[in-house]
Design a protein around this ligand. Sequence first.
Ligand SMILES: [Zn+2]
Length: 127
Amino acid sequence: MSKHKTKPPAADRKVYVMMAMILLGLLVILVMNHKFGQEAARIGACMTVQRTILAAVTQAQEADPGALDKLSGDDVAKHLIGKGFLRALPSHPGSPKDAASPFKFGSSGIFYCETHGGLQAAQDREP
Ligand SMILES: [Zn+2]
């Protein structure tokens, strides 16, 4: 057994280091991509829930125009649930069960997610 085989030359070691770095880089890309995919799925789920809530808001406004104008915050949710437009305020997708909901009601039927922004605002921006 020659010494040459047991101890690789410096050039070989550089190749190993580079391969390790490339593998590490690929791993980082895979993990980031996975996280990004999860976040995109969460935003999609959030917008779906927002659509449901906004549909209830629209129904409430049509049934009783102006009723929501003076309400904001939890009072809007109470109104929607109390009048039967919404069975319950849906939980926010991806949020821990005991965490405060990022879903917020403003006045005049404004509704948005503190984490992902509002579907309503996105729609209003469109011409
Ligand atoms: Zn959200």
